[in-house]
Write a protein that binds this ligand. Structure first.
Ligand SMILES: C[S@@+](CC[C@H](N)C(=O)[O-])C[C@H]1O[C@@H](n2cnc3c(N)ncnc32)[C@H](O)[C@@H]1O
Length: 259
C-alpha cells in the first residue's frame, strides 16, 4: 500500500478512474499496426456484410479504425467509463446503438457479425475456465458461419518476465496515479493495483484492483477444440505477426473460424 493508511481509500469499479488515463497507459501500443494485422485476417475470411463486433472494446481505438474503413462496428464493454471515452473518438452517428454496456460472459446476441474481436488481454479477465468457455461461446454465437473470431491472451511468460514486480508513479493531466503490478506463479494470476488522486481533491484516494487469470495456450486450445463445437482454430500467432505463437511469446492471437 503506497499511501499512509489514515487517508480514506475509495474502492471503485475497474476502469472507473483508470478510463481517464487508459490511452496514456497504452501509449506504447501501436494500434495502427495492430489494426493492419487484425483487419488483414478479417478481410481474408470475410463473409456477409461488413459488420464487426468488438467485445471489451475499451476506449474504442480499434473500433474507430474499423469504422473509418467503412465497417459497421459494435463495441461492447463492461465499463461505462471506458465506453464514455470511446464516445469521444467514435463518430456521433455510430454511438447510439453501437456502444453497449455488456459482459462478455453473459449469453447475449448483439447481431450476426462477419467478425468478432476481443483484444489486449480482455479475455484474461475471465477468472475460470468456465468463464472463458462461456465468453468464447458467446462471441461465436454472435458470428456468422464462415466468419472469424480473433482474440489474444497475455502469456504466463509475459507476466512473469515483465510484470512480476512492476511499479509506476505517474501523473496524467489532473490525476496522479501509482500502479503496482505483481504476478503470482502459484495461481498464474496477474494483479494490477492503481491508487489514484485528483489534484483538486487529494484527500480521497481511489483504488482499483484488477486481477487477471493467465492460461496456457494448450488450455485455451482444448476448450475451443473439445468443449466448444462448430469452430476450427486457423492459427495461433505471436504478437502481431504470422509467426506461430508459443509459451515464450508475450502475447498470442487465436484466430478461430466458425464452421
Ligand atoms: C485491457 S482493456 C482492453 C481494451 C481494448 N480492447 C484495447 O485493446 O485497448 C480490458 C477491457 O476489458 C473490459 N472488460 C473486462 N471484463 C469484461 C467483461 N466481463 N465483459 C466485457 N468487458 C470486460 C474492461 O472494461 C476493459 O475495457
Amino acid at each position: 500500500m503506497p499511501f499512509h493508511s489514515e487517508q480514506p481509500i475509495k474502492q471503485v469499479d475497474n476502469y472507473k478512474m483508470v478510463a481517464a488515463f487508459y490511452d496514456y497507459l497504452m501509449r506504447h501500443v501501436n494500434y495502427q499496426r495492430w489494426y493492419k494485422f487484425v483487419s488483414a485476417i478479417v478481410n481474408k475470411h470475410h463473409v456477409g456484410g461488413a459488420n464487426i463486433l468488438e467485445m471489451a472494446c475499451g476506449t474504442g481505438k480499434m473500433l474507430e479504425q474499423f469504422i473509418r474503413a467503412g465497417w459497421m462496428a459494435v463495441g461492447v464493454d463492461k465499463s461505462a467509463a471506458m465506453l464514455d471515452r470511446a464516445k469521444r473518438r467514435i463518430p456521433m452517428e455510430f454511438q447510439e446503438n453501437n456502444l453497449i454496456v455488456g459482459d462478455m460472459r453473459d449469453s447475449r446476441i448483439y447481431g450476426e457479425f462477419s467478425a468478432v474481436i476481443c483484444l489486449y488481454d480482455s479475455i484474461n479477465y475471465c477468472m475460470t475456465e468456465e468463464e472463458l468457455k462461456k465468453s468464447l461461446q458467446n462471441m461465436l454465437d454472435n458470428l456468422l458461419a464462415g466468419g472469424v473470431l480473433i482474440f489474444d491472451i497475455c502469456t504466463i511468460y509475459n507476466c512473469s518476465h515483465n510484470f512480476r514486480d512492476y511499479h509506476e508513479k505517474e501523473f496524467y493531466r489532473d490525476l496522479d496515479y501509482t500502479r503496482e503490478a505483481y504476478f503470482n506463479p502459484a495461481t498464474n494470476q496477474q494483479t494490477n493495483e492503481f491508487w489514484i488522486t485528483e489534484s483538486e481533491r487529494e484527500e480521497i484516494i481511489y483504488h482499483e484492483k484488477h486481477i487477471q487469470q493467465m492460461y496456457r495456450i494448450s488450455v485455451v486450445k482444448k476448450i475451443i477444440e473439445e468443449e466448444i463445437g462448430s469452430c476450427k482454430i486457423l492459427g495461433i500467432f505471436e504478437n502481431y505477426t504470422r509467426r506461430v505463437g508459443s509459451e515464450k511469446s508475450e502475447r498470442v492471437h487465436f484466430v478461430v473460424k466458425k464452421t
